[in-house]
Write a new protein. Structure first.
Length: 117
């Protein structure tokens, strides 16, 4: 299954109340990594989990660290950079000239305003 979300996209969370902190700023974030085999994405500041880190070497500190965990790609939606609204992703085939040759390139577009993502 192909994913419409890529690394660097700004996305908005569609479901969930934010967990314990209920902070509305965690509803939007930038995609750090994509996991296409699991159909998941890792989003900056979203789905934070607490990890207990054990010191590995002498002098190294352990402790409790918060970091982002993966979230299902169907639970987030891409935000269009032009209109600023959450949107579905469409695909359009365009002819582009690369090194003197014409190639058909698939481009992602916003379903609401038609801008290129």
């Amino acid at each position: 299954m192909s994913m419409n979300i890529k690394k660097g996209d700004t996305v908005v969370r569609l479901s969930g109340d934010g967990g314990k902190d209920k902070d509305l700023s965690t509803h939007q974030g930038k995609v750090i990594a994509t996991l296409p085999k699991e159909n998941k994405v890792v989003v900056e500041g979203m789905n934070l989990v607490t990890c207990h880190i054990k010191p590995r070497r002498q002098g190294e500190e352990g402790g409790i660290v918060k970091r982002e965990a993966a979230i299902y790609a169907c639970k987030v939606q891409v935000v269009c950079p032009k209109c600023g609204k959450p949107t579905r992703v469409g695909h359009k085939v365009e002819k582009k000239t690369v090194a003197g040759k014409e190639k058909n390139v698939s481009v992602r577009i916003c379903k609401k305003c038609g801008a290129e993502l």
